[in-house]
Write a protein that binds this ligand. Structure first.
Ligand code: ADP
Ligand code: MG
Length: 731
């Protein structure tokens, strides 16, 4: 009977583990069965896991029910959310790392401090004063080494009892032998470095987390709530669901919730990268961490603390930090190979030279491949931290590595390369209707929509003081438009394809519309009761730096850049021509976008999809790397993405590429530092040119060098958090 474990839940992103996920045919069966429920699906057969993002209409229970229906003998075994990262349990060490416990980190730092004090004492006694330190099995050094090695020895004993030969067993054995052979100083050195290296690795992990936390820090302790019409100040920690929080100009919004009183202008740059304030009133949703620039509102609390939208996104990133990337897994494999080589070389040296001491020095050099393991993990953590510092949230090393290994970059147009604020240029009404009427119908239908076109239309109508009826029932059709019902009328607002799908002719509007399309403007048609009344012309502002971003990517060696847009062919073509795309996929439905990505994947190695909307999520889930850009467009896009760029700077894509490239370069350099010095050390040790103590010192040297080399990645990164979004050139 197999168990099914829920390893992590972050928003709609879930990681499950079970023996049944060992088999490709099983995972195919599951992904087919769940195809209607999932936005993305990925399997990792070697660690028996699947990772998926389900859509908002599906619950995890429903997914588990479906999996159980396929495999009736499976038993669900859930683990608490606090430990719901794929922890380093026995049979999944290849894909994970345990979370760092801050308490034990503090204790281990103190212990390491004491060990450092003792190592300074040894150094002064031996090297400065020239005195001999007794290193017999019962000496002080031996006792200190043994005490320091307790955690390691415990682990190696557990492994040995189970008949497993692991890194810990090898190191435990080396330490015991070193002490037994009167080389307690060397034993102390090994354990000292090992504990230092482990501490440093944890330090980097904690530092990366702190960088991420800085992004969402609320620095709010007290909030005002409305109680029987009176404002009361309470601690943020005491706030409950459905309380009404009062927020004013200049304050950060402390919760996710719905406005039930007043109106305001909110800067939501943290969520969607838009630097201008959005007008919000009754029934509108606001997010924790965003800035209320003007106004006063009462917000009914929906989510607090780690339940808020931004916290959930961040926890995605944090969880990803605990999952090993391909380079890290490669490093682990290399380390275990080095371990085998170490045993072989130790025995070989002894047989060849007949010298215990030489064999022993070889054993010490090879006993600590932690440098190899650290080579990748320290660089990747540093890379992720650097990204976070600049508002580029990288959900895991795998995505980070793949960005600079990608040959194709696909970009969505509206909302991604253009700002979320298209400008209304003109309204055209056919005989029998008026411009005001057209704007009113459009604004009513679009009122609840977050699409950039919808937001602009509603805002424009509000500026024109048009009264918008808010009780209209509407439905969004991604990539096409919205349909709405009001007062017995059936309203359609969207593109030509949308209207023709409903058998509504736009013939009378063709000449007028074509003129605008030629200029690269977007046309939104309005039809009421199966009759087109006119259209609204919108001009998109392209994000500043788009051209440079594309040329920089090309200069970096990206082979193919594609525009994958739901917009009209004429508009997409004009845009692609101006900005130099290699291919244009226009008029794309969400399914078409996904097919375009699949097509490119067949021809090229690694495809990146950059998008912002619900209509991009399917394509993003098919791409090797999904980047959500100007994330405010949709929650689904940010959930599916492996990397979320929280500002809207096109240059951030290039920055991300650079971080990816330099991280991989540092990993490679680190390998050379670690493995090269090890092999060199073995050579010297085998011929008696390296004492056991000097063999231990090699580890100090190269571990330090690797740490230093990785930390170069974070140096010089600027805090990009409050950078302004730039816009200019119209297309
Ligand atoms: P892109 O793929 O370039 O981001 P979208 O798929 O978001 O563009 O939109 C494609 C087209 O669908 C738009 O150019 C517009 O014609 C139409 N459309 C989508 N959503 C809406 C909406 N809410 N209102 C009006 N038209 C819309
Ligand atoms: Mg878009």
């Amino acid at each position: 009977m197999d168990e099914l474990l829920i390893k992590s839940i972050a928003g709609n992103r879930v990681r499950l583990k079970s023996n049944i996920f060992k088999s490709k045919s099983n995972t195919i069966l599951i992904s087919n069965e769940l195809s209607g429920n999932l936005l993305s699906f990925r399997e990792n057969l070697s660690c028996k896991s699947i990772v998926f993002v389900h859509n908002d209409n599906t619950s995890l229970d429903e997914i588990i029910r479906k999996i159980k229906a396929l495999f009736p003998t499976i038993i669900l075994h859930s683990i608490p959310a606090s430990t719901a990262v794929c922890g380093s349990d026995e049979d999944c060490t290849s894909c994970t790392r345990t979370e760092v416990n801050p308490v034990s980190f503090k204790r281990r730092t103190i212990e390491f401090g004491l060990l450092t004090g003792y190592s300074i004492f040894l150094f002064v006694t031996e090297t400065v004063l020239g005195l001999t330190v007794v290193a017999s099995p019962l000496s002080l050094v031996a006792v200190v080494a043994m005490v320091a090695a307790v955690p390691l020895l415990r682990e190696s004993w557990e492994d040995a009892k189970r008949g497993k030969f692991t890194l810990e067993t090898f190191m435990g054995g080396t330490l015991a032998l070193a002490i037994l052979f009167g080389e307690a100083t060397a034993a102390f050195e090994i354990i000292y470095i090992l504990r230092g290296a482990m501490l440093l690795e944890d330090y980097i992990a904690i530092k990366s987390k702190n960088e991420i936390h800085k992004l969402i820090e609320l620095d709010i302790q007290k909030v005002f709530i409305l109680c029987d019409g009176v404002e009361l100040e309470i601690d943020l920690a005491d706030l409950k669901q459905d309380d009404i929080v009062v927020c004013r100009s200049g304050e950060k919004i402390p919760v996710d919730g719905m406005i039930i009183d007043g109106s305001c202008e909110v800067n939501e740059a943290l969520i969607n990268g838009r630097s201008d304030a959005t007008y919000k009133a009754m029934d509108d949703i606001v997010y924790a961490g965003t800035m209320l620039e003007r106004g006063r509102v009462g917000i009914k609390v929906n989510a607090i603390g780690n339940k808020t939208y931004i916290s959930r996104v961040m926890s995605d990133v944090e969880n990803a930090l605990a999952i090993k990337s391909p380079a890290q897994m490669e490093a682990d494999k290399l380390a275990s190979r080095l371990l085998k080589l170490g045993s072989f070389l130790t025995v070989g040296t002894f047989m060849f030279t007949g010298s215990y001491l030489n064999a022993f020095s070889v054993m010490i050099v090879m006993s600590c491949p932690c440098a190899t393991v650290l080579a990748a993990s320290t660089a990747i953590s540093a890379g992720i931290a650097k990204g976070a510092k600049q508002g580029i949230l990288i959900k895991g090393g795998e995505a980070l590595e793949q960005v600079s290994q990608s040959e194709v970059f696909c970009f969505d147009k509206t909302g991604t390369l253009t700002t979320g604020r298209p400008i209304i240029e003109e309204i055209y009404a056919l005989k029998g209707s008026t411009k005001t009427e057209i704007l009113k119908y459009a604004a009513m239908a679009e009122y609840r929509n977050t699409h950039p076109l919808a937001v602009s239309i509603v805002k424009y109508a509000q500026e024109k003081k048009i009264k918008i009826n808010q009780s209209v029932q509407s439905e969004t059709i991604p990539g096409l438009g919205v349909k709405a019902k009001f007062d017995g009328m059936f309203i359609l607002v969207g593109n030509k394809k949308f209207l023709s799908n409903h058998k509504i002719s736009t013939k009378d509007l063709k000449d007028k519309a074509d003129k605008h399309l030629q200029d690269g403007d977007t046309i939104v048609y309005i039809a009421v009761d199966k009759k087109a009344l006119g259209f609204i012309v919108l001009r998109h502002e392209v994000r500043k730096g788009t051209k440079k971003m594309l040329s920089d990517l090309r200069a970096h060696g990206v082979k193919h850049i594609a525009l994958v847009s739901g917009d009209d062919e004429k508009v997409a073509n004009a845009f692609a021509k101006e900005f130099g795309f290699d291919t244009v996929y226009a008029n794309q439905s969400p399914r078409d976008k996904a097919d375009a990505v699949e097509q490119l994947k067949k021809k090229y190695h690694n495809v990146v999809m950059v998008g912002d909307g619900v209509n991009d999520t399917l394509a993003m889930s098919k791409a090797d790397v999904a980047i959500s850009f100007a994330v405010g467009g949709s929650k689904a896009a940010i959930d599916v993405s492996n990397i979320a760029i929280s500002h809207s700077h096109p240059q951030d894509v290039v920055e991300l590429y650079n971080i990816s490239k330099s991280t991989l370069k540092v990993v490679e350099q680190n390998y050379w530092i670690g493995t090269g010095t090890n092999l060199l050390g073995v050579g010297f040790a085998a011929f008696g040119m390296l004492s056991p103590a000097a063999a231990g010192a090699i580890h100090i040297g190269h571990t330090g060098a690797i740490m230093l080399n990785s930390s170069r990645l974070t140096i010089g990164s600027k805090d990009n958090l409050h950078a302004k979004e730039d816009i200019d050139i119209g297309s």
